[in-house]
Design a protein around this ligand. Structure first.
Ligand code: KIV
Length: 271
């Protein structure tokens, strides 16, 4: 018998069961091997290679510029660091909206080359046929509704979505459609808590919220935001667990002082 205990991998089925058992689901983003290893070791249920990589890794203002090749590279790095969590990768802007064939091709590349366990795409009714095609190919799909950042130029603002009845009704209808199409979960971003509660109660697949209140079946945050690396970003929904920006700049400035003063390296740090 092996002395190593088997790690029980999280699957889409595990997430479904967690909703059924009323156990909250945890998801965080990661974009590289080292971070993915730490996030996985911390016990998160799912790791998202979000297209927020465009913002936090590449410094773009929006998520639009990141390419499928770049997302595949980030996904490959993350997958190598993960033993337990379900790895979900975003399909970036322009790789699934135009037609279902292209959507399937993009999803297949993400699974085959990236090594993702599932993909996430933004939108409801508008991308129905793309979702159907991807799900029919046996690829697990996570939906994303509410403030969908790939549509930022249509929204014109990062404010809370679906405060008005028409948009709220469409969101509930889209949630039901995503469930019907076979999505395994849906991310709800920046919508009123009461609407997220209603959406979560209307479907049997898990909802994973970001700025969507406490009644979603799970929560997701961008790693760089929750560890306080992203100093300028302080939305109401964000809880910071560390102040890594200060910690890291402090460590760097100490290193600069130590080298300039010839304190580093000392005898013990030399061969
Ligand atoms: O790209 C991303 O990080 C996301 C999360 C904010 C849900 O889509």
């Amino acid at each position: 018998m092996s002395v190593h205990s088997e790690i029980k991998k999280i699957t889409t089925e595990t997430l479904r069961k967690m909703k059924f058992d009323k156990e909250k689901i945890t998801m965080l983003t990661a974009y590289d091997f080292t971070t993915a290893k730490m996030v996985d070791a911390g016990g998160v249920d799912s790791i998202l290679i979000g297209d927020s990589a465009a913002n936090v890794m590449a410094g773009h203002e929006t998520t639009l510029p990141i390419t499928l090749d770049q997302m595949i590279y980030h996904t490959q790095c993350v997958v190598r660091g993960v033993e337990r969590a379900l790895v979900v990768a975003d399909l970036p802007f322009g790789t699934y909206q135009s037609n279902p064939e292209k959507a399937l091709e993009s999803a297949v590349r993400m699974m085959k080359e990236g090594g993702a366990h599932a993909i996430k795409i933004e939108g409801g009714k508008e991308i129905e046929e793309s979702i159907r095609k991807i799900v029919n190919a046996g690829i697990p799909v996570c939906g994303h509704l509410g403030l969908t950042p790939q549509s930022i130029y249509q929204f014109g603002t990062y404010k809370v979505r679906a405060k008005e009845d028409a948009e709220a009704e469409k969101l509930i209808a889209d949630c039901k459609l995503l469930e019907e199409l076979g999505c395994f979960a849906v991310v709800l971003e920046k919508i009123p808590a009461a609407l997220a509660k209603k959406a979560s109660e209307s479907i049997s697949i898990p909802t994973i919220g970001i700025g969507a209140g406490p009644d979603c079946d799970g929560q997701v945050l961008v790693y760089h935001d929750m560890v306080g690396m992203n100093q300028g970003f302080s939305p109401k929904f964000l809880r910071r667990y560390l102040d890594l920006y200060s910690e890291i700049t402090g460590a760097v400035s100490q290193y600069v002082k130590d080298v300039k003063s010839s304190d580093f390296p000392n005898d013990k740090e030399s061969y």
